[in-house]
Write a protein that binds this ligand. Structure first.
Ligand code: ZN
Length: 110
């Protein structure tokens, strides 16, 4: 299975929502997403669906389906900016806390 297929399956399993922030994501049309959720095209770029390696590739994580979740670009890229990325569970808790304070995404898709 290609990584794209695995990502699409994760997207469907998660009802199109990011595994960390819970926001809706898009796979192929940022324009459509922007219109549907009343955000700008630029804001929509944060919500692109990406394949998140739960166990990071640099630590030996593989492309196996069980290691892939669907996460928005924003959450995915920020998790891996850390020198030692948090575990998926710890990172989700951190993101949820920030979301609760309105300090994560610049725009919240409606
Ligand atoms: Zn997210």
């Amino acid at each position: 299975m290609s990584i794209q297929t695995i990502r699409t399956k994760a997207f469907q399993r998660q009802a199109g929502r990011c595994t960390y922030c819970g926001c809706p994501m898009w796979q192929s049309s940022p324009e459509h997403f922007a219109q549907q959720h009343q955000v700008t095209r630029k804001q929509a770029s944060a919500f692109r669906c990406t394949a998140e390696h739960l166990h990071a590739r640099c630590d030996g994580g593989t492309d196996a389906a069980g290691n892939i979740a669907a996460a928005c670009y924003w959450c995915n890229s920020r998790r891996h900016q850390a020198k030692r990325p948090l575990s998926p569970e710890a990172y989700r808790a951190k993101v949820q806390q920030r979301m609760g304070k309105g300090r994560w995404h610049a725009a919240r898709p409606t």
